[in-house]
Design a protein around this ligand. Structure first.
Ligand code: ANZ
Ligand code: ZN
Length: 823
């Protein structure tokens, strides 16, 4: 027997698969269709261990579904706009496209070697003009429906990357990319109105329940942040010196039942409102405080354990229910961009308000009798259920009754109403950087902002900018390119200017799964007919780091396109799998820890199949894999063992399996039956263990009994090849060839399970003496009572147990139990 040469196999099969186009969907209406998608890669250097794991998992699904007989769409593309390319271009005095496309080619070659079963003819790159032409189309579609708008407001600004960031890209107050602390800057920026879909984004999660990881759904729910409560108007009394200074300020509260417990009023220190209402003698103090607040992140501001600070504004707000005058403060623990940016403070029942009251010596009045100790004494706000008190017409009501009654009262007064608030903010999509899809808008002094006419799309990025010209300057580098910026107004023909911002790259990735329908279509973003056949994606695979950003944006764009009448479904990804991370020594691989494992080196040493098998075998797909704990060489040995089984088979293809050894046949059929169930429930690692057992059982039969010529051995070997093709395509294809078949094993189909072979051929009967288990017997499931009794009495162990005793009765329950009772 020869040894298995993985290098020879790797160089042999890629071309064969390409020629046979085995990974191209047939688009055959007689077959059920399935769409499997891996989150597309970003072209930063070559593939790494993380890619190897994620794509191994997605490929198991795609290959399993092909074997099951589905017509499978499994495409790949590159998310190829973005900052790293631009930073590299600045460093190397190059154009970002050079770095980008070189890396894409490197990754594409590695993916081919890695044997992922994708339809290469559908490959796309978001930085191709043929792609971003349609990203621009999408922008204009949203703009024309009022879902894209420009607004001047304080935005998150990364001082290092010199660009704005969406809320979703600010993690613990820092830039998601570079970790620099994010500051606020007042800028005129483009937004997508995701808030219009907030409720729908929540409601439609019901469809995803059970098909998406629960923690991803929880993170999205939390990010959308729906709160039910009320808007209540307070009147800020006019200053004595200025009768016109009276004004109405609305607060958002989830606890209108506690209106009588409000003892002061707070506006966000950084909100315009604070500066507008501050009494002249307090302005200086406010300005100083606002400077201090600027440096803080929202997380710090909301932290419950931070000492509370604030300044009095010299104004009083009138409580609409009891007419009480509440002093108005500016403080940092109230956020400018949540709710209305102003609150009624109820220190007895809200901990942050209580901390503030304690810090500034303000009164505390409990209005809910929760049975707990007085918060004014304990410093602990009470938030439990209880009857309302000190609350006029609300006295005696429960929390829920109180909320309803308070809303009724303010509604009758015309000072408020029920209101549902969302944490979700609109998506800021403009970026002051070069390497992205230009925003397809022209600004004309006379006509205003106009979308670029369709026949002028794409608005291409200039090819002639490089190096320093791309350096961030606080405004887009495109602004300095006169030839590019100056255009004619599409409406009046006068001199006008292009919008110089580019789109957040999350816009590119929010719709790419649709472009795979028809990646080269020049007439439309996506083919409507193909969409009906393939969408939504049946299985999406990718990292949990996209739990909010990419997935929320994709869900929103799908809903917007649905609303616009372009598509007939409202969720893009039916099922989601978050693969785990690849660690080394229990820690994420990183340069600073020096624990990185080089994928290329691993592939050279152990072969593609052994690495893929190791990834899949190590743990359930959603768990992390610690590379220090796995054995690629063990995987390599197993693959060689499987391959030798195929090599040893001596019967001819097509031989009648029914004449084969029943015991081995039943292992084979049981393996296929279980594998289907295991794969359907995502237990890929267990399937590998089952294939290993099948290989062992086959080897045993070869070495004994009827040997290599037994038809059951061929049946088992063919089954191993087919199941192994899900993770080890090269070895499986080699085995298939050795077994006398034409390529490719990819489309061989799962063997049909014979239910008769799944019936166990023995069961275990327990033999008891005086109620104590003394022996176990392997018997036929249809053994008769007499035969079972006879077998029990014939057992040497039982005979010993009965020595010197006299039998009174024998109870037999065939085929499971014999109980012998003695005198
Ligand atoms: C009075 C009150 C009494 C409140 C009480 C709570 C408990 P969620 O559930 O997160 O939506 N709030 C409103 N706007 C705020 C802002 N911009 N910054 C900080 N806090 C703000 O929280 C809603 C509650 O958070 C609101 O209800 C308000 O305080 C506060 F016993 O009003 B509450
Ligand atoms: Zn004009």
């Amino acid at each position: 027997t020869g040894t298995y040469d993985f290098k020879a196999a790797e160089s042999k099969w890629v071309k064969v698969w390409d020629d046979l186009a085995v990974y191209k969907p047939l688009d055959d209406d007689s077959k059920e269709r399935r769409y499997v998608l891996d989150m597309f890669p970003y072209p930063s250097g070559d593939l790494h261990m993380g890619h190897a794991e994620a794509f191994a998992m997605g490929d198991v699904v795609a290959r399993y579904w092909r074997q099951k007989g589905y017509d499978v769409l499994h495409p790949i593309g590159w998310d190829s706009f973005g900052l790293p390319a631009e930073n590299a271009a600045i460093k190397r005095n190059a154009h970002p496209a050079e770095w980008t496309y070189k890396n894409i080619d490197t990754q594409a070659d590695s993916f081919k070697r890695y044997g992922i079963s994708v339809d290469w003819s559908r490959r796309l790159h978001t930085s191709d003009p043929g792609y971003y032409r349609w990203t621009q189309w999408l922008f204009i579609e949203l703009y024309n429906r009022g879902l894209a708008y420009r607004q001047n407001s304080p935005v998150n600004w990364c001082p290092k990357d010199q660009t704005v960031l969406a809320n979703e890209q600010v993690v613990n107050g820092a830039c998601e990319r570079c970790g620099t602390l994010v500051t606020k800057k007042e800028l005129n920026q483009w937004y997508f109105k995701i808030t219009e879909f907030a409720q729908q984004l929540l409601d439609d999660m019901e469809q995803l329940e059970g098909h998406w990881p629960e923690r991803v759904l929880a993170m999205q729910r939390n990010w959308i942040g729906r709160s039910e409560g009320a808007h209540v108007d307070f009147v800020i009394e006019a200053l004595e010196a200025d009768a016109a200074s009276e004004r109405k300020v609305t607060v958002f509260t989830t606890r209108p039942d506690t209106l009588y417990g409000a003892t002061f009023f707070v506006v966000a220190a950084d909100a315009k409102l604070a500066a507008e209402i501050v009494a002249p003698e307090h302005r200086e103090a406010l300005d100083a405080y606002r400077e201090q607040v600027k440096a803080l992140s929202d997380i710090e501001r909301l932290a419950t354990d931070r000492e509370k600070t604030g300044v009095f504004l010299g104004r009083y707000a009138v409580n609409p229910l009891n007419g009480e005058k509440l002093p108005v403060y500016a403080a940092d623990y109230v956020l400018a961009d949540y709710g209305t940016g102003a609150i009624m403070a109820v220190p007895a029942h809200d901990q942050r308000d209580l901390d503030f009251a304690k810090a500034l010596g303000l009164p505390v009045r409990a209005v809910v009798n929760t049975g707990e100790e007085d918060p004014a004494e304990t410093g602990v706000a009470t938030s439990g259920e209880g009857k309302l008190m000190n609350s006029g017409e609300l006295d005696g009501l429960s929390k829920q009754e109180g909320i309803a009654k308070a809303i009724e009262l303010v509604r009758a007064q015309g000072t408020g109403d029920a209101y549902t608030n969302f944490r979700l903010r609109d998506w800021l999509v403009s970026r002051q950087r070069f390497w992205g899809a230009p925003i397809p808008i022209i600004h004309c002094d006379t006509c205003g902002s106009l979308p670029v006419p369709d026949d002028q799309l794409p608005v291409r990025l200039p090819d002639d900018m490089r190096g320093e010209q791309l350096a961030p300057k606080g405004q887009s580098p495109l602004a300095s390119n006169e030839a590019w910026v100056n255009v004619e107004c599409p409406k009046c023909g006068a001199a006008a200017k292009r919008d110089t911002d580019t789109m957040d790259t999350f816009v590119d990735s929010s719709w790419y799964y649709l472009r795979f329908m028809s990646p080269n279509n020049t007439e439309a973003a996506f083919d409507a007919e193909a969409m009906k056949k393939w969408m939504p994606v049946d299985q999406y695979v990718g990292g949990v780091e996209h739990a909010i950003l990419h997935l929320l944006y994709s869900r929103f764009i799908t809903k917007a396109l649905h609303d616009l009448g372009h598509i007939n479904f409202n969720e893009p990804f039916t099922a989601l799998l978050n693969q785990g991370q690849v660690l080394n020594g229990g820690k994420a691989m990183s340069k600073s820890l020096g624990n990185g494992v080089d994928l290329g080196q691993q592939l050279d040493e152990y072969g593609v199949d052994a690495i893929r098998l190791t990834m899949v075998f190590a743990s359930p797909p959603e768990d992390d894999v610690d590379w220090a704990d796995v054995s690629p060489s063990g995987s390599q040995k197993f693959l060689a063992r499987a391959w030798r089984v195929a090599q040893d088979v001596t019967s001819e293809p097509g031989v009648d399996f029914t004449a084969g050894d029943r015991a081995l046949r039943s292992v084979t059929h049981r393996t296929v039956a279980d594998a289907t169930e295991l794969l359907d429930s995502g237990k890929f690692n267990v399937v590998i263990a089952r294939i290993m057992s099948l290989v062992n059982a086959t080897r045993k039969t070869i070495d004994s009994g009827a040997g290599a010529a037994d038809p059951a051995v061929r049946e088992a070997a063919e089954t191993v090849a087919i199941l192994l093709s899900l993770v080890a395509p090269y070895t499986a294809e080699d085995m298939w060839e050795k077994l006398g078949h034409e390529p490719s094993v990819t489309l061989a189909g799962l063997p049909t399970v014979d239910p008769a072979l799944l019936v166990e051929d023995t069961v275990t009967a327990v033999v008891q003496v005086q109620g104590k288990v003394r022996d176990r017997l392997e018997v036929s499931p249809d053994v008769t009572e007499d035969a079972l009794k006879e077998a029990a009495l014939a057992s040497a162990t039982i005979q010993r147990a009965l020595e010197g005793k006299e039998i009174r009765t024998i109870i037999v329950r065939a085929p499971k139990l014999v109980n012998i009772v003695t005198k």
